[in-house]
Design a protein around this ligand. Structure first.
Ligand SMILES: [Zn+2]
Length: 493
């Protein structure tokens, strides 16, 4: 029997605005789609929080015994600077500014994204499809929506006809908006605008001659609208109806609303059974934004190279900090909050080191079975990680009481407690014990960089004996140095 059979899970569904019992479409299997990053800049910490929330959800569903197909896409085309279908493609703009090929921009920031997520100990999704890899599927959907009368073509572009759709369906149901109100609150279209109504959105955009990211289509050379890729990739890999669709709160409108409209227009029914939205991260009480300087990159937190925090914090501490808030609540990052999380994380890891060394007693003064169910109850209540963490600290308190000789625990209960804590701390919350691994990867990186520097100096002084010794002894430890045009890099085996 799998855990999910006796641990009923409730999920807050943004579509119904209620907590609902989670029952997947096919028993034991879960299909989950999460909108991934647009890879035109280094991944934001706020985005990391969103993806971390879904990493935790993915981990807990797996822990319950579900077979999860988790699809998280990479947006590498079609996301315009202005969400209202105007302006330049975000990736093309970056490519122009940095004099790179758009795919160089995509490659660079996809690598950065994976690197940061690795440091945060994310599990990879089951499939990570790209928008540019699914142009044919997107064109097919546009053709289908046109054939069904929910879209119109103007001058090489195709727009979704929201008013027509709203006659038979309900546009705005996810974000709680009414089309009449939207119409009343938007400015009239400019004369040169191709759209019939401002609410209409692009399914396919004609590429102007200077637009470099372009593909042939029945309507001429162009590129897909941003909302279309998620419909194409989610239905391709998860089916026309699937269990969970997640993303940041900011994507609810227009992005997810448009996804619902596209799928309903195409397939005649709602695509998603449970919509989940993760809330945002603020810093020192204010919205994080590059333009105001109230912004910090994950790498700057790990290295300590920033003017906002008093010291460096490891990825596990930042992860622990993020898990201390419920994924649907706004979380505020500050130096004090990170310092407090670091303390808490260390106390938790210390208790894990203490646990196997406890003196074995003849009875246990603490109901471990009830405590363990308390951990499940927290997670079954819409993935309530702050309550889970409070429950873990209840165990920490008991471990310390046994250590001080004030309570006792049996050998069997030490094993049960250890297994349960390990499952929740490492498997579900995805934390890593940085003490157990001896040296954390940031410190190791710093040491190797220092040796690379010393080797360069030795070579500059023609002291090849020393430079070879550094290279060979690092190689013996499984650390390979590679000399390239832009300096020396290293890999750890
Ligand atoms: Zn999406």
């Amino acid at each position: 029997m799998q855990l999910f059979e006796n641990q009923p899970l409730k999920i807050y569904n943004s579509l119904s605005g209620k907590k609902e019992v989670f029952t997947p479409l096919s028993k034991g299997h879960v299909g989950m789609y999460v909108c991934g990053p647009t890879v035109y800049s280094n991944v934001h910490l706020g985005n990391c929080r969103t993806f971390m929330s879904f990493d935790m959800i993915f981990r807990y569903l797996r822990h319950l015994g579900y077979k999860v197909r988790y699809v998280r896409n990479i947006t590498d085309a079609g996301h315009l600077v202005d969400d209202a279908d105007d302006g330049e493609d975000k990736i093309a703009k970056k490519a122009r500014l940095e004099k790179l090929e758009p795919m160089e921009v995509v490659q660079r920031y996809t690598v950065d994204f994976h690197n940061i997520l690795d440091q945060f100990n994310f599990l990879p999704p089951s499939i990570e499809p790209t928008a540019t890899g699914h142009i044919i599927e997107q064109i097919e959907i546009v053709k289908d929506i046109l054939a069904k009368g929910y879209a119109y073509e103007v001058n090489g572009s195709v727009y979704f006809d929201v008013a027509t759709f709203n006659e038979t369906n309900e546009y705005g149901k996810l974000s709680g908006r009414k089309l009449e109100d939207m119409v009343a609150n938007t400015r009239a279209l400019a004369a040169q605008d191709e759209k019939k109504n401002p609410q209409d959105f692009a399914l396919w955009k004609k590429a102007e001659p200077q637009h470099i990211m372009r593909w042939p289509s029945p309507w001429g050379d162009g590129f897909p609208g941003w909302h279309l890729e998620c419909t194409a990739m989610s239905t391709k890999y998860l089916g026309e109806t699937f269990d969970i669709h997640g993303g940041g709160m900011d994507l609810k409108f227009p992005h997810h609303e448009c996804e619902i409209a596209q799928a309903e227009a195409c397939y005649g029914h709602s695509p998603v059974r449970y919509w989940l939205h993760a809330n945002m991260l603020t810093m020192n009480g204010k919205k994080m934004a590059k333009s105001t300087g109230n912004n910090i990159l994950p790498g700057e937190i790990f290295s300590g190279e920033n003017s906002i925090l008093s010291k460096a914090f490891t990825p596990s501490v930042v992860r622990f900090f993020m898990m201390q808030a419920h994924y649907t609540s706004i979380l505020d990052l500050s130096n004090d909050a990170l310092l407090a999380s670091e303390k808490g994380y260390q106390r938790l890891m210390e208790a894990l080191t203490t646990l196997p060394k406890l003196t074995v007693g003849t009875k246990t003064d603490f109901d471990i079975v009830a405590w363990k169910q308390g951990c499940y109850d927290a997670m079954n209540d819409d993935f309530n990680t702050p309550i889970l963490i409070a429950q873990l600290f209840e165990a920490v308190k008991r471990i310390n009481l046994v250590k001080e000789g004030k309570e006792t625990i049996t050998a069997a209960d030490i094993t049960l407690l250890k297994e349960s804590i390990n499952a929740f701390v490492f498997e579900v919350l995805g934390l890593e014990n940085e003490r157990a691994s001896g040296v954390d990867s940031n410190k190791l990186g710093g040491v190797v960089e220092l040796l690379i520097q010393l080797r360069m100096e030795a070579r500059a002084n023609k002291d090849f004996a020393t430079s070879d010794k550094i290279r060979d002894q690092l190689a013996a430890l499984g650390i390979q140095l590679k000399d390239g045009k832009d300096g020396t890099t290293f890999t750890v085996a």
